[in-house]
Design a protein around this ligand. Structure first.
Ligand SMILES: *Cc1c(COP(=O)(O)O)cnc(C)c1O
Length: 376
């Protein structure tokens, strides 16, 4: 049996007529950059994430960058974030000229540990970027309390968490800015790169929109230096079609997660030796299903041999990346993140995954553990 890590073709086949018609409409209109489709998409994403405003941008990375730029964050400033995330979170901070300050994770949720934030705050700190990793929000109440106490901006990196919920609130609506990505492998993916920033503040929304178009307002007059961060209409059209299916797909991912939990339980592996994901918030949207497993790299080889897709997110925490060597972190500085990087593995969780595929995947993991036990 073949179990791909992600099967976007299966998803496309299920909505092909709708997608093709939406793209054809944009081609007919020849209105490609911003315009009515992008406005419609912004309104829909704002509503979906319980925010008043949304500003479409060219990627999730740009969503982060433009939020920082809108706050005027740059050289001499510090921004606190998690070390265990996709590179863009910290890359965006560094690109403004500010310094990323890395914090370790809670080993249960893999999200930033709020208890470790306050000791990292200095007179230079301007913002905190919590990341809602794998589709479950960070513990936002303590983070917002710390931010308020110290007058800091909170930018939610919700690239993996559109529709996730924390104490009744949608991801992206809790901080001052919420950043989404429409990269094709995200739960709500476009037909290329795309992203969006949501906010509940009219002034910030206005500034984001200006920043997105070279800081131009009125046209050809520039009070600030922005860039070309615009969302295009084809992406907006595709995202709009897919948004109508997102809750069904989320339910599919949640059902797959529950099925894995059950199968690992029945195989006697749940908890020990395999650590399963823990849902500690109202709505985990399972962008990834992450397990911790002994001798992970041998398991990866075994799964590959069995044609089961899997992936490591992320093998090197950001504080140990070569490009951040100048920041002076060392191995051992953020131990929970380093351990997670060495032990975790993502299994296929996309909504179209079948019962047989999930069962086969768990059987292959169990087989590896038996082999490993016999050989140790
Ligand atoms: C995907 C992702 C981004 C970047 O989004 P792009 O659209 O690929 O630029 C940022 N942060 C996290 C946590 C992501 O997973």
């Amino acid at each position: 049996m073949n179990v791909p890590m992600l099967d976007l073709k299966a998803q496309y086949q299920s909505i092909k007529a709708e997608i093709d018609a939406a793209v054809a409409d944009v081609l007919e209109s020849q209105y490609f950059i911003l315009g009515p489709k992008v406005k419609e998409c912004e309104a829909a994403i704002a509503e979906y994430s319980s925010c008043t405003y949304a500003v479409g941008v060219a990627s999730g990375t740009d969503a982060l960058l433009i939020s920082l730029m809108t706050e005027g964050i740059g050289a001499g400033d510090e921004v606190i974030t998690t070390t265990y995330t996709f590179f863009a979170t910290a890359g965006s901070i560094a690109r403004t000229g500010a310094t990323p300050v890395f914090v370790d994770i809670d080993p249960v949720t893999y999200n930033i540990n709020p208890e470790l934030i306050e000791s990292k705050i200095t007179s230079k700190t301007r913002a905190i970027i919590p990341v809602h990793l794998y589709g479950q929000t960070a513990d936002m109440d303590p983070i917002m309390a710390i931010a308020q106490k110290h007058g800091l901006i909170v930018i939610e990196d919700a690239a993996q968490a559109i529709g996730a919920q924390y104490k009744g609130r949608r991801a992206g609506s809790i901080g001052h800015y919420g950043c989404f990505s429409f990269f094709p492998s995200k739960n709500l993916g476009g037909a290329g790169d795309g992203g969006m920033v949501v906010t509940n503040n009219a002034d910030r929304a206005e500034k984001l929109a200006v920043m997105r178009a070279h800081g131009s307002k009125p046209k050809y007059h520039h009070k600030v230096i922005g860039g070309n961060f615009r969302l295009d209409a084809i992406q907006a059209a595709v995202v709009l079609v897919k948004l109508a299916h997102l809750d069904d797909w989320t339910a599919g991912r949640q059902a797959n997660a529950a099925r894995y939990d059950k199968l690992f339980g029945e195989a006697g592996l749940a908890g020990d030796p395999i650590v399963l994901p823990k849902v500690l918030t109202d709505r985990h949207i399972f962008n990834q299903y992450i397990i911790r497993v002994p001798r992970r790299d041998e398991l990866i080889a075994h799964l590959k041999e069995k044609s089961v897709g899997c992936a490591v997110y992320y093998p090197v925490p950001l504080h140990l990346q070569e490009c951040f060597a100048n920041l002076g972190y060392e191995q051992g500085d953020l131990p929970h993140s380093e351990k997670a990087a060495a032990e975790t593995l993502a299994l296929p969780i996309y909504p179209e995954l079948t019962d047989e595929q999930a069962k086969y995947t768990v059987d292959c993991v169990a087989e590896h553990l038996e082999k490993a036990a016999a050989s140790s």
